[in-house]
Design a protein around this ligand. Structure first.
Ligand SMILES: [Zn+2]
Length: 458
């Protein structure tokens, strides 16, 4: 029987939480996965989407962008379902390859040091295989996909990070827009998201809800937060301290390097050395290669404007480094134990004159969150196997440079697109509940948990 217009929707991950984003659309037997991520807070096989929910091999996997919660499980998928074709934007293809290779290295370390025997979930040859079948497409160019069922795919610039895209799919009789992670505000490097052509109808909107629980007033503008950050950095440098800015490897690191260098150029920050460390430097080279995709008004600083730091795991090196004021941008953004930002903070925390400034989201289960909410005299462990460090440092702050759309913007978007079905995903339970309760366009709305299946009719 011809069931065009009806889409069977399954949540393999990312339902009811910000998790291993992976959603299956099954239209008349053609199975398409939207994203294929790993869960940021789970380990081993647990961090994968629930592939058991698939009732057959997927035909196509589409990646919205290269953050690990959207692409981290792609090599595992391709290893288990050989021949699955994938598509992303051209920059996302390059970044995903780099991120996934780094993930192999991290999994190898965790397998050895923490005895997580499921790791590695895939190796370098699996990454090479997955990226061989991953095609990069430009924005705004409709592309025909589908075996038997004609399906049109289009990537639309989502802002957020380099290569980030919303995915527009035209199935016969049913149009679907999956936002992925979107930002409607200009960042330093990234422009705002682009809108779907007004002529296009959206029957089903699958929308991220990251900031659903965050009042819009709690978000400063990019310019205001930049000014507040500059002021705080100046205070630390004036008292002879070093500033650590823990940053996510993809997005925030490249933004922060440019924000800091720009402030120095304008003489709004002292000319102290600026260092960067971690995977963010490798991703920076991809930003440089695809600089055409950045906001036309921004001029990307050359990477060598910041010196690389390689020895952050050597305590004597870090102690010497901290003798002179500097600004250090280091992964990881949430300060996972043993990462460069944690190793630097370990030496900084026992002095009062430094500053640690978080510039992104902090999950309550992370070292970064505990450090931000610590009091003088608390003890925290920064390195597995090492003793906890007594916290003397007090200048620990958080700045709100969000790369996600505000909740009012998300609501307005639902209103404007006026779809028949809205599926809220990628948010914690408070955020999702707020979004569902406050949208009032009369659409059928769904907040599915991972494991749920929906039948979407156009
Ligand atoms: Zn993202």
């Amino acid at each position: 029987m011809n069931s065009y217009g009806i889409i069977n929707f399954s949540v393999l991950g990312g339902g009811g939480e910000v998790g291993a984003n992976c959603f299956e659309l099954n239209c008349n037997g053609t199975r398409i996965l939207l994203d294929c991520g790993t869960h940021p807070k789970k380990e081993g096989l647990e961090c994968l989407p629930d592939f058991k929910l698939l009732d057959g091999a997927p035909d196509i996997c589409l990646l919205s962008h290269a953050h690990m919660d959207h692409c981290g499980a792609l090599p595992y998928l391709c290893k288990n379902f050989p021949g699955t074709r994938s598509f992303s934007t051209i920059p996302t293809r390059a970044i995903a390859d780099r991120m996934l290779r780094s993930s192999v290295a991290v999994m190898d370390i965790l397998a050895r040091e923490r005895q997580i025997y499921d790791y590695p979930l895939y190796d370098h040859s699996d990454v090479a295989y997955a990226t061989r079948f991953l095609d990069g497409l430009p924005y705004n160019q409709p592309f025909e996909i589908g075996n038997g069922t004609p399906i049109e795919l289009q990537f639309i610039n989502a802002g957020h990070v380099l290569g980030g895209a919303s995915i527009f799919l035209k199935f016969p009789g049913h149009n679907v827009l999956y936002t992925g992670d979107i930002s409607h505000r200009r960042q330093f490097l990234m422009g705002a998201r682009e809108q779907l052509d007004e002529q296009e109808r959206v029957d089903t909107l699958i929308i991220e809800s990251t900031l659903g629980a965050t009042e819009d007033g709690g978000l400063g503008s990019y310019a205001e937060e930049t000014e507040r950050l500059a002021e705080s950095i100046r205070e630390v440098i004036d008292r002879g301290g070093t500033v650590l800015i823990p940053s996510f490897a993809l997005g925030r690191t490249q933004e922060m390097i440019n924000v800091i260098c720009h402030l120095q150029e304008k003489e709004r920050l002292p000319q102290v050395p600026v260092y960067s460390v971690g995977l963010g430097r490798a991703i920076y080279q991809i930003y440089d290669r695809y600089a055409d995709y950045l906001h036309p008004d921004c001029e990307l600083q050359p990477l060598d404007r910041t010196e690389s730091l390689k020895n952050v795991w050597e305590k004597s090196f870090v102690e010497k480094l901290l003798l002179r004021p500097s600004i250090i941008i280091a992964t990881s953004g949430m300060m996972t134990e043993n990462t460069p930002s944690a190793m630097l903070a370990q030496s900084m925390a026992s002095h009062s004159h430094h500053g640690i400034f978080f510039v992104g989201y902090l999950d309550p289960d992370t070292l970064g969150y505990h450090l931000l909410h610590s009091s003088r005299g608390d003890a925290l462990q920064f390195e597995l196997g090492a003793p906890p460090v007594e916290i003397v440092l007090e200048d620990i702050q958080q700045f709100r440079f969000s790369a996600h759309a505000s909740r009012q913007y998300l609501l307005d978007m639902v209103e404007r697109l006026n779809p028949q079905n809205v599926v809220y995903v990628h948010g914690d339970s408070d955020a999702l509940a707020w979004m569902e309760q406050n949208s009032s366009n009369g659409a059928r709305s769904f907040v599915p948990e991972t494991g749920h299946k929906l039948i979407l009719e156009a």
